[in-house]
Ligand binder design. Sequence first.
Ligand code: DAH
Length: 354
Amino acid sequence: MLPSNIVDKIGKNLHLQSRHPLNWIKHKIQNYFQSGKVSSLTPFIFHDGFAPQVSIKDNFDSLLIPADHVSRSHKDTFYIDDDTVLRTHTSAHQNQLLRQGERYFLVTGDVYRRDTVDATHYPVFHQMEGVWVPRLKDLGAFTDPQKEVTKHLHATLEGLAKYLFGNVECRWVDCYFPFTAPSWELEIFFNGDWLEVLGCGLIEKKILENNGMPDDVGWAFGLGLERLAMVLFQIPDIRLFWSEDPRFLNQFQDSADVIFKPYSKHPCVTKDISFWISSDYHENDFYQLIREAAEDLIEEVKLIDNFQHPKTKQINHTYRIIYRSMDRTLTNEEINNLQEVIRQKTQELPIELR
Ligand code: DAH
């Protein structure tokens, strides 16, 4: 039985939600692979709608993950039944697509793992898998396809890192994955630290053989979208990706060139204030008065009504004041006091309170 907090996440598909930060980063990466910088061969095919319920064969066996590998344990993986799991990585789709004869593709999807509880881990996250298996004849008359494909892998993924993060320093760290040999992690030097960006390698010969490509050499990589988005947009907590709070989502409405501005987790209280204005009234004087009276306890002041009296021609403004502290819950009493202070102070303005 899957826990209900996990079942709730299935089908949310944050990577498919237009203007979600994970959608932006998916598009950025897809743009890079579409740009022709990567492959002059057949274009990449993008898959991002595969369901996360996959067979144990696809998630583990076909990727040569040993029977006793920790990742298969019920402590690490969500099992649906004896044959089915929630995919633990998007690599689960590699074999199926290769078997269909696809050679250049990206697969994006939600993946599920039991894991630690902290700001960078969440039991559901999103990955992108990339595969490039050229036909030998398309590689040209190179004597050493292994060397050629390795060169292409390193150039492509360093190019991706620079496309996303600017002109960063890159380094390759040898590592191990059951489905690639040799295998590497790519690290970039960013904001004063070495940051792991992705895992990759040359696809195990056995996998290509099993899928009808016995003579070919190819590469694969896998990366976590949250991890990159957290760095790129400076999102401090992985739970925010699941937030439906407009203060989060609205920050990503216009473009992917965004530095996330943190907002308070404390509740707000709203109060309205209405007055008749005269011709030498300036909104900014009212805003300044509010800042002086309440300092940082007000998050936003919105003009919610602006009408002209049909007879007197006087203009009325109604403002909604949203009180919220960055670091504590405000009491009713202090908000009532503040609102009264503001009402008093408005006497300095050319207005008439209603
Ligand atoms: N599936 C790996 C993971 O979830 C990531 C990965 C590493 C994918 C190397 C690959 C690869 O295709 O070649 O950690």
